[in-house]
Design a protein around this ligand. Structure first.
Ligand code: CA
Length: 137
């Protein structure tokens, strides 16, 4: 079964390391980048199944990336990570096409459940026991 490929854009190393460790433990493939520039090339080259996007990045704002990703890929699930209590950023993120958000610091289990839920809703996730079913169109 193909692993979901997650593009993680997060410049805070300790947060990124924790997320990578736990996402990989859940069976996902993770590509981690720390800048808008490397996020753009990774997005084009890898065509990820889901993007996790920090907003404050060293070379720009995550909302710009969110808008670009959404324009290029209407189906891509996008989860944004915002500063705690920053209502403006949450609203702006949703307005730019993000599907969901989490405020830092967040509960790890909630994070993993949201990722799983977004992948499921996006139609990427097909349980193996239903693998023989004809595809529904
Ligand atoms: Ca940051």
């Amino acid at each position: 079964m193909k692993k979901a490929h997650i593009l993680l854009i997060e410049d805070e190393t300790h947060i990124a390391q924790g997320l990578i460790f736990n996402l990989e433990a859940e069976g996902y493939r993770v590509t981690h980048v720390e800048t808008c520039q490397s996020a753009r090339s990774a997005f084009e080259q890898l065509q990820p199944d889901l993007a996790i996007l920090d907003l404050m990045l060293p070379d720009g704002h995550g909302l710009t990336l969110c808008r670009e990703f959404r324009r290029a890929s209407p189906q891509l699930p996008i989860l944004i990570l915002t500063a705690l209590g920053d209502e403006q950023e949450r609203v702006a993120g949703l307005a730019e096409g993000a599907d969901d958000y989490l405020s830092k610091p967040f509960n790890l289990n909630e994070f993993l459940l949201r990722v799983a839920g977004m992948l499921r809703r996006s139609g990427w996730y097909h349980p193996e026991e239903k693998g023989a079913e004809p595809s529904r169109l």
